[in-house]
Design a protein around this ligand. Structure first.
Ligand code: P6P
Length: 340
């Protein structure tokens, strides 16, 4: 008896029918728009080396980073698919400074999206896995116009989140608050097929992932914690790709700790990763997979954003690993204050 082939559309439809029979279907349709965009972007990412879409544009994004042509392209693809579907009122994107309104079909389309259309794009030219990340909220402001208030909601208010990883295969990994599930693209039929139902990350991981070149800029308690991870009795190996989706996906499946701490000075003073379209969606996914994401003092999902491109320190791992992380970051922090 062969296993049933469950496409992501079928999975979403069946879950809606089973768990939310009164739903209008707008969220399911919105996820469908994202899935279509993912398939189109995947096609281009896999041809990147063959087409003249490598190399930098002359533009820089709100983070002051050079926008690579594929970033621009991916941003346009997601906007076009969301514009066409009109199941959403607007979006924010790493590639755009301002909020981007979308004329929704009806009052049912009361959702907004935070998007990193192509994260890790500096890795495109060296064929390292990159990804797209999305986070979906309900529109909370009155009237048809969207406002920044619709986006400045804590991560615990997300109704769905996920990423697409363009790697040795293309995968769609998402949650609507009922588990984290992975689907692998079968390029032959152009469908994402359920391959990783109900992902649960291992209680203790094999890897720790951090950019150690920043070590001299970390606070003492962070350096103590990372040294703790490196101690032989912990048994961690280091793995760091420098592409958030790739690093996250490996640790989600194999277990492990991911850290992007803040620096005590300079441009990484608030950390590097963005709350709205990197930390929050990853925090939702990892918590649904039994793990946790903290900013060094508390859960990422409880953090109230102050601006749409806000950066945060980020530590992710199993619940047990994050309990240990927090104890190091607070105990050591107290000790260093006490000795001051
Ligand atoms: P660093 C990629 O530019 C990115 O935004 C994330 O995908 C990744 O986790 C991080 O930056 C890597 O930053 O400073 O280690 O190169």
């Amino acid at each position: 008896m062969t296993e049933p082939v469950i496409t992501v559309e079928r999975f979403i439809h069946d879950a809606q029918k089973r768990l939310n029979p009164d739903a209008t279907g707008t969220l399911s349709n919105l996820l469908g728009d994202i899935i279509l965009a993912a398939k189109i972007v995947s096609l281009e990412v896999n041809k990147a080396g063959l087409l003249d879409i490598l190399g930098d544009t002359e533009k820089t994004n709100v983070q002051g980073e050079t926008v690579r042509k594929l970033d621009d392209y991916a941003n346009d693809v997601f906007i076009n698919c969301l514009n066409h579907g009109r199941h959403v009122c607007g979006l924010i994107s790493e590639e755009m400074e301002e909020i981007h309104p979308i004329s929704a079909t009806s009052e049912k389309a009361r959702y907004v999206i935070a998007l990193d259309p192509l994260d890790g794009s500096s890795n495109i030219d060296v064929n390292v896995s990159i990804g797209s990340i999305f986070s979906i909220y309900k529109k909370i402001s009155d009237g048809d116009e969207i406002s920044v208030a619709d986006f400045l909601q804590s991560g615990s208010e997300q109704v769905a989140a996920g990423y697409i990883i363009y790697g040795s295969s293309t995968m769609f990994v998402f949650t609507t608050g009922r588990g984290t599930h992975g689907f692998t693209l079968d390029p032959g039929v152009g469908e994402f097929i359920l391959s990783h139902p109900n992902i649960h990350m291992p209680l203790m991981g094999k890897y720790y992932s951090v950019n150690e070149s920043n070590a001299l800029t970390w606070a003492p308690e962070v350096r103590s914690y990372i040294d703790h991870l490196k101690s032989p009795d912990q048994g961690y190996s280091t793995r760091y790709i420098g592409s958030l989706v790739a690093d996250f996906h490996r640790n989600l499946l194999k277990g492990g700790v991911f850290c992007y701490p803040a620096s005590t000075s300079g441009k990484l003073k608030s950390g590097k990763l963005r709350l709205m379209y990197e930390a929050n969606p990853m925090a939702f996914l990892i918590e649904q997979a039994g793990g946790q994401a903290i900013d060094g003092t508390g859960p990422i999902l409880e953090r109230m954003p102050e601006s749409i491109h806000e950066r945060v320190p980020l530590f992710m791992g199993s619940k047990e690993e994050m309990k240990t992380c927090l104890s190091w970051l607070t105990a050591e922090c107290n000790r260093s204050h006490a000795s001051a």
